[in-house]
Design a protein around this ligand. Structure first.
Ligand code: GLU
Length: 629
């Protein structure tokens, strides 16, 4: 029966050392490696040979012992594995992998952005989190993204490609805090692999090329970005070797001088200069609004520890990121609602699965309504986090769900006030849902001592705000566009309006699930607000629908977010998708949702590392000591 699935799943995972309990997904070797024939016409045979040496094979699933790394990129995964092999722990390896992603996935993440670091400490058996979210400058006001001439919200691209959208980056501070608190390596040492990749170069794949191509108009409007990412006026060819010597030098500077250099030194000055005087090309096609960031804003940045969110789900402990991210609270609330609703589902396996998916679609919509109404920066807004994650509130919300009927959308938020009645109070409906893009990256790492890292980092849009800091080799974020540009909650206050030193609400949901106090799963994904549903659906697939972790990650996705429910074509075409549509669910088709990475832990250090087999060109999973299936 459905209710027994989790206990059975956990028992299998913890008892089958060989991993045969976990369903295999095909693990395409070299899924993203560039074919030699695709090399640019200007490639010499020497650089083709170099490309051969710089290429790194990859696979989507790996099983074994001694620690594991899963990221979207084989260089980053290999950097993390190298650290683990040389005695580093999961935190050291996570920083090395993240720094390498700054080289090979620079359009998703880097030192110009921010993120959320979730860590399970094997010694104390506790989960900790670091909030490395970007922060608005002191000069920001509620009107940050209103056109001064008209009072109307700026068009998204105008807001994004500007100095206004840049938050003070949190990534370097996150790395330093994580290493200082739980790491065993210095920042200098952890940056080593990334420096090597930046200096020696890596082989351009189709994802890298196409992310430049989709931003080419924007990148071409900034002298610094054009110079780095549009050599000879176009994106580098697939198969060519790409180097970022400026970033290698910036990393070396950080390695030598520490993150002080970033928040108080020459890098701080360079960032402020770029924000205030964007390096707009003389022949640019756009006017670019400058921002008001100051060196004091950089100097005042902090990446604080935050209490993780925690819910019990079917006897498991689910930990994730709290405000200013809405990831943990929304995943947690939806799981609480699901736990209330799912025991009501009966019938054949197919009908129970359909009802579980229906309950997921409804629970997520309800949780998104509450997210939009109540979650913002906890240092500036009173977020009723404990109530949002309480059993009483979940029961009140779950009561609205009918197993044979679809709730009209958008659903209104509930009232998490501590006084709950069956199908109790609902607040007035509201619009909700500002723009959130499909960028970002997630990595999951474990080590031989049992420590686990689940870390999502981003520069917001793919390509951030489009500005490379001149001569420093990294892009700036546009994270402040995660604020609501104008109030979205009708007469109720919007918790996510911009403000001085405020952090925009995020959806990032780096998650760690414990069974009996020990790691069972770690997972996360990019994808703006779809991050929340990708994490939720992967958990549903693994815990309720009887899938192994590789299958749970690879399965077609559907993203219910109240204002809209997006779905991949394969989900819409599936038997369950068609049955749910016949029930009255409406799907808006989107090519691809998310790019998850995940780990599952068995007994005696056995781990299954999982990345996407195909989304975003496929990810890369490795373990320190692989074993056959
Ligand atoms: N800025 C988004 C957030 O913090 C992430 C960006 C994305 O994944 O597209 O939730």
């Amino acid at each position: 029966m459905m209710r027994r699935t989790i206990a059975a799943a956990v028992a299998l995972a913890t008892s089958v050392a060989g991993g045969s309990a976990v369903l295999a997904a095909p693990a395409p070797e070299h899924a993203r490696a560039a074919p030699a024939s695709a090399a640019g016409a200007d490639e010499t045979s020497r650089s083709a040979k170099l490309a051969g040496r710089r290429d790194v094979p990859k696979q989507a699933v790996a099983r074994g012992y001694g620690g594991a790394v899963s990221t979207v990129d084989p260089h980053a995964t290999r950097a993390g594995i190298e650290v683990l092999r040389r005695g580093g722990n999961a935190v050291d390896a996570a920083v090395a992998a993240a720094a390498t992603l700054g080289v090979t996935e620079p359009f998703s993440a880097g030192i110009g952005g921010g993120g959320f670091f979730v860590y399970y400490d094997a010694r104390t058996r506790r989960v900790h989190t670091i909030d490395g979210r970007e922060t608005a400058p002191a000069a920001a006001t509620e009107r940050l993204f209103l056109d001064p001439a008209t009072g109307e919200p700026l068009p998204f691209e105008e807001a994004r490609v500007s100095g206004l959208s840049v938050g003070v980056p949190g990534t370097p501070a996150t790395w330093q805090r994580a290493l200082d608190t739980w790491g065993t390596w210095s920042l200098r040492r952890a940056l080593g692999p990334a420096i090597r990749v930046a200096r020696r170069g890596f082989v351009v794949d189709e994802t890298f090329r196409s992310q430049i191509a989709q931003n080419a108009d924007i990148f071409d409007d900034f002298t610094s970005t054009r110079e780095l990412y549009l050599p000879h006026g176009r994106p580098p060819a697939v198969g060519s070797v790409f180097r970022n010597r400026d970033l290698a030098a910036t990393y070396r500077l950080l390695a030598r001088e520490g993150v002080e250099e970033f928040y108080h030194g020459t890098l701080a000055a360079a960032i402020v200069n770029t924000v205030r005087k964007p390096p707009v090309a003389p022949d640019a096609n756009r006017a670019v609004r400058p921002g008001a960031m100051t060196v004091e804003d950089l100097a005042g940045y902090d990446a604080p520890f935050r209490r993780p969110t925690h819910v019990r789900y079917e006897g498991l402990d689910v930990y994730s990121m709290g405000p200013p991210s809405s990831g943990g609270s929304t995943v947690g609330e939806a799981l609480n609602i699901l736990e209330t609703v799912l025991p009501r589902t009966t019938g054949s396996r197919a009908s129970r699965e359909r009802l579980a998916l229906h309950a997921y679609l409804e629970a997520s919509a309800l949780a998104f309504a509450d997210r939009d109404r109540y979650v913002g920066d906890p240092d500036q807004v009173d977020v009723p986090l404990d109530e949002l994650l309480s059993q009483g509130f979940a029961e009140e919300r779950a009561c609205h769900i009918r197993l044979d009927e679809v709730l009209p959308k958008p659903v209104p938020p509930g009232v998490p006030d501590g006084e709950y009645n069956p199908c109790g109070a609902q607040a007035p409906p509201a619009r909700g849902g500002q723009h959130e893009g499909p960028s970002t990256t997630h990595l999951t790492v474990s080590d031989r001592w049992g420590n686990v890292v689940s870390y999502t980092l981003t520069i917001e849009a793919t390509g951030g705000n489009g500005m490379v800091v001149p001569d420093r080799g990294f892009l700036l974020n546009n994270e402040l566009t995660d604020f609501s540009f104008a109030p979205t909650q009708g007469d109720a206050p919007d918790p996510n309006l911009p403000g001085p030193r405020k952090r925009p609400r995020s959806s990032m949901a780096p998650t760690i699930v414990l069974a009996d106090g020990r790691p069972f799963l770690a997972l996360g994904s990019p994808g703006g607000a779809t991050i929340i549903t990708t994490v939720l659906q992967t958990l549903l697939n693994r815990l309720e629908l009887g899938m192994g972790l590789p299958e749970a990650v690879a399965a077609p996705r559907v993203s219910p977010r109240n204002a809209v429910t997006q779905a991949e074509p394969a989900f819409i075409a599936s038997a369950q998708g068609r049955a749910l549509a016949a029930m009255g669910h409406q799907f808006s088709e989107i090519e691809e949702i998310g790019a998850a990475t995940a780990l599952e832990f068995g007994r005696r250090g056995y781990v299954v590392a999982v990345a996407e087999p195909t989304r975003r060109g496929g990810g890369s999973a490795m373990v320190v000591h692989p074993v056959g299936r």
